[in-house]
Design a protein around this ligand. Structure first.
Ligand code: AHR
Length: 513
């Protein structure tokens, strides 16, 4: 039996809802086909956004959406994507498949999508190949309320009222596709560019995100902070509000020729994938330690604005489109990673899974008019109550598994929060593909009487849901509900808490009222 200890009265910090954020790039079929089909499409849409996808995304309460890239962002010239669509410039998407980008999805369409989703906005600017003026004018175009060349142009293009930009990224992966810069060079460029990212709304300040490290490049973190972290941050808004971190889970050993299949894998590869996903814990911890040296008050967030699994593309699809299937293995990666982010939410203020639809670890896949929710979608659905809830202290007796494959991971992973109504949300993942575990949950800080009467089945004070299946189980267009969340009510009350058994390869969410 494994003990799960919860200190319900020991609140640590708020879990920023943005940890459950998403990323959408002009890449493959993410924007075009996946999210945007155009007003004249036979697929049901509202102002060009497909209704089925928007509805599915609203169910998981998307809190924030990053756009337009990724590597695409540092080649994107926003003026090509405004005005009458027939006049918009066409360009080659050099990074992703060499296809023609007709710019029919641009700034106005992005804000319309966020309006429909009811989410915050995160626009990524072009530092790699754009000018300071171009970036500054984009911010003016999006947010200035008054008479100005950019605000006037926005009005001429049909949107008099300015939008709100909640987050603005000053470049993307500038150590790589965003200009191959050294940390010293980027840091100085960052200071210059961010100066002209003006705040035109006093009640909605733009939170500026500085390009952070690739994986374990701790030197990048240290050098960039040394130049960009402003001491004036002690009193007010400084040069930066966030530092990004990118890390992808790739089971294969050769980035170019073998990342591994999304669907054909054995137990050894399963544990290898989870082992690599678990590396996120070390990355977050070690980058946070460096950030603590500069920013002990934790004013700057670590923004993991690209994370997820990255496999070989599905056979027969464009290699530049990064289209991959999604299995229970991906659900376990998501559950493990989100528990890590929750546990580190004193420093991790945003995270954006890559990517929202049809690309990498997508929550939604589409094929023409068809749409499926992936196992990863269900994890976001089960974890949605953690958004803006208070993280409470908790721990579980986890034991290492996968050792025989040289890829150890903890068998169990958990996090616990209390929402605004006082409901306790417990999320537990059993990473083992062989063993189920009985979990004895001890809840301290809430007396037994505080909880409603009843136990187990029919106990409406405790509700549960479960996602479970074989490690390679997945949804397909032929069988869209092979993997889906179901009610979980085999929960026993004990003197100090609850007891339940979590099957192998499963994720459970319990809500205790
Ligand atoms: O998400 C795919 C790509 O991965 C992004 O464009 C880039 O930022 C990262 O390398």
């Amino acid at each position: 039996m494994a003990k799960l200890k919860i200190h319900a009265d020991h609140v640590l910090n708020r879990i920023n809802k943005e940890i459950y954020g998403h990323f959408s790039e002009h890449l493959g079929r993410c924007i075009y086909e996946g999210l945007y089909v155009g007003e004249n499409s036979a697929i049901e849409n509202v102002n060009g956004m497909r209704t089925d996808v928007v509805e599915a995304l609203k169910e998981i309460r998307v809190p924030v959406l990053r756009w337009p890239g990724g590597c695409f962002a540092d080649e994107y010239h926003w003026k090509d994507g405004i005005g009458p669509k027939e006049n918009r410039k066409k360009m080659i998407n050099t990074h992703w498949g060499g296809v023609v980008e007709d710019n029919s999805f641009g700034t106005h369409e992005y804000f319309e999508l966020c309006r429909q989703l009811g989410c915050e906005t995160y626009v990524n600017g072009n530092l790699g190949s754009g000018t300071v003026r171009e970036m500054s004018e984009w911010v003016e175009y999006m947010t200035f309320d008054g008479v100005s060349p950019m605000a006037d142009e926005r009005t001429r293009n049909g949107h008099e009222v300015p939008w709100r930009v909640n987050y603005f990224g000053v470049g993307n992966e500038n150590w790589g596709c965003g200009g191959n810069m050294t940390p010293e060079f980027y840091a100085n460029e960052y200071r210059r560019y961010q100066t002209y990212v003006r705040d035109y709304h006093q009640d909605c300040k733009i939170r500026k995100i500085c390009c952070g490290p690739n994986v374990d490049d701790y030197e990048w973190t240290r050098k960039v902070l040394a130049t960009c972290f402003s001491r004036s941050q002690e009193e007010q808004h400084g040069f930066m509000d966030g530092l990004s971190l990118h890390y992808y889970t790739i089971p294969g050993d050769d980035w170019n020729s073998h990342k591994g299949s999304a669907t054909e894998f054995d137990g050894k590869e399963y544990y290898k994938t989870l082992h690599r996903a678990y590396y996120m814990e070390e990355l977050v911890r070690r980058h946070s330690e460096i950030m603590d040296e500069f920013d002990p008050q934790k004013k700057v967030g670590l923004m993991v604005d690209e994370w997820g699994t990255w496999y070989d593309v599905e056979p027969g699809t464009n290699p530049g489109f990064l289209y991959q299937q999604n299995t229970m293995r991906d659900a376990m990666v998501a559950a493990l990673t989100l528990n890590i982010f929750n546990k580190h939410s004193d420093r991790v203020k945003m995270a954006n899974i890559a990517q929202m639809v049809n690309v990498l670890q997508a929550v939604i896949l589409t094929d023409g008019a068809q749409m499926i929710k992936t196992p990863t979608w269900y994890v976001f659905r089960m974890y949605r109550d953690h958004q803006d809830a208070q993280l409470v202290e908790s721990s579980i007796d986890a034991a290492p598994i996968g050792a025989e494959t040289e890829n150890c991971v903890p068998n169990l992973s958990e996090s616990v929060s209390v929402d605004a109504d006082g409901v306790l949300h417990i999320t537990v993942a059993n990473l083992s593909i062989e063993e189920s575990y009985e979990i004895d949950t001890e809840i301290q800080g809430r007396t037994y009487e505080d909880r409603a009467e009843g136990a187990g089945k029919g106990d409406d004070a405790i509700t549960g849901e479960i996602l479970t299946g074989a490690m390679a189980a997945r949804n397909t267009f032929e069988s869209p509900e092979t993997v889906k969340m179901t009610a979980f009510d085999d929960i026993k009350r004990t003197e100090n808490g609850l007891r339940f058994t979590i099957p192998a390869c499963s994720v459970i969410h319990l809500a205790v009222r």
